[in-house]
Design a protein around this ligand. Structure first.
Ligand code: COA
Ligand code: ZN
Length: 317
């Protein structure tokens, strides 16, 4: 879809993927109790989101805040039509996730060596080999696979990441039969023009691939980048409730583009996200109490654009 295009049923539904339970909570210094994580996800399930990234099956030493991955994955109440995904860094994580009946594995690798080593202790090449093993292990289970490419727009260690490098990785991922790719701006260095160029190049090369974008608002460009991706035809967006999030192994990382702000923008533009914004805002409103600090979301503070304030009752003459 390009911006403003309609099919016979009206606007396509943009697909919003909520990553706060994983990308958001992984960086929180305080452990959110398991039952409260489950409650958060259960409430999010009722808002019309297309996908929820529930947790990570990673080392509990590396990410203590998600050490309860099995319990959370098993105890959430699943709603038809919502895809329940989990991040998986290696074959071991894949086995753990499959044992809990995830709908989708979100494999993760980096486009750059520096971030790859810091985050995954592997080179990008080794990640691709691990992907191959995971594809083998998953074959026949019916579980879908998506591959996230971190630092696709630049790396805090290595600097610029050429478009050709990312396209080369997408080639390898597509050759493995993986049906979805997420282009991640891990430390919020992307700009809208760059986003348009990379997204258009990937879509042109792989029109059948489900391409998602994952932006961080580190430099205030999250929504602008999402809009740039939309304009070249991207329909899938990761976002994090309240704007929580960040990679603990990327210096200076901060929150994802905020889900309720993103939905608010798309809906204000007349686009269909399928998300009930009021319901989503109600869940977002409870986040500060959950994580113990204020969250960066803007619409939660300001109210929706159609909010009206009472006028002053009297005016001094
Ligand atoms: N699930 C549980 N534990 C795991 C695991 C998994 N999927 N993968 C590795 N481990 C354990 C190892 O058994 C080891 O445990 P130990 O210290 O008790 O012996 C520990 O993690 C570290 O293993 P190590 O061999 O030093 O490294 P590794 O190469 O096996 O693991 C990672 C590397 C990337 C799997 C691990 O560092 C990790 O999970 N990091 C988190 C990455 C992340 O979530 N980043 C943010 C999101 S992109
Ligand atoms: Zn992220």
């Amino acid at each position: 879809m390009s911006l403003g295009m309609q099919d016979s049923s009206g606007f396509h539904r943009l697909r919003i993927h909520e990553v706060a339970p994983r990308d958001g909570l992984q960086i929180e210094p305080v452990f959110v109790p398991t039952d409260r994580k489950i409650d958060l996800i259960d409430r999010l399930s009722l808002t019309g989101l297309a996908k929820i990234e529930v947790t990570s099956f990673v080392s509990p030493t590396a990410i203590p805040s998600l050490a309860d991955a099995e319990i959370v994955m098993r105890q959430i109440r699943r709603v038809d039509g919502v895809v329940y995904a989990a991040l998986v860094p290696n074959v071991r994580g894949c086995h753990r996730a499959l044992a809990c009946g995830v709908d989708e594995l979100n494999l993760v690798m980096s486009a750059s060596e520096g971030h790859s080593r810091a985050n995954l202790r592997m080179t990008p090449r080794q990640s691709l080999l691990a992907f191959e093993d995971i594809v083998d292990v998953t074959a026949g289970t019916g579980v879908r696979i998506n591959a996230s490419i971190s630092t696709a727009f630049g790396c805090p260690f290595d600097g610029a990441v050429p478009v050709e490098t990312v396209l080369g990785l997408v080639d390898r991922i597509a050759q493995l039969g993986i049906g979805g790719v997420t282009l991640c701006d891990t430390t919020g260095v992307a700009n809208p023009r760059q986003v348009g160029v990379l997204c258009a190049a990937v879509l042109l090369r792989y029109p059948q691939l489900n391409v998602t974008v994952h932006f961080h608002d580190t430099r205030g460009l999250g929504l602008a980048n999402a809009l740039a991706a939309l304009e070249v035809g991207i329909e899938r967006f990761d976002a994090s409730l309240g704007g929580l999030g960040g990679c603990p192994f990327a210096p200076g990382a901060s929150g994802n583009v905020c889900t309720e702000d993103l939905v608010h923008m798309f809906e204000a533009m007349g686009l269909n996200t399928g998300v009930d914004l009021d319901r989503l805002l109600a869940v977002a409103g409870d986040l500060p109490a959950l994580v113990g600090h204020a969250v960066p979301g803007q619409v939660l503070r300001a109210g929706k654009a159609d909010r009206r304030h009472a006028t002053l009752a009297t005016v001094d003459r």
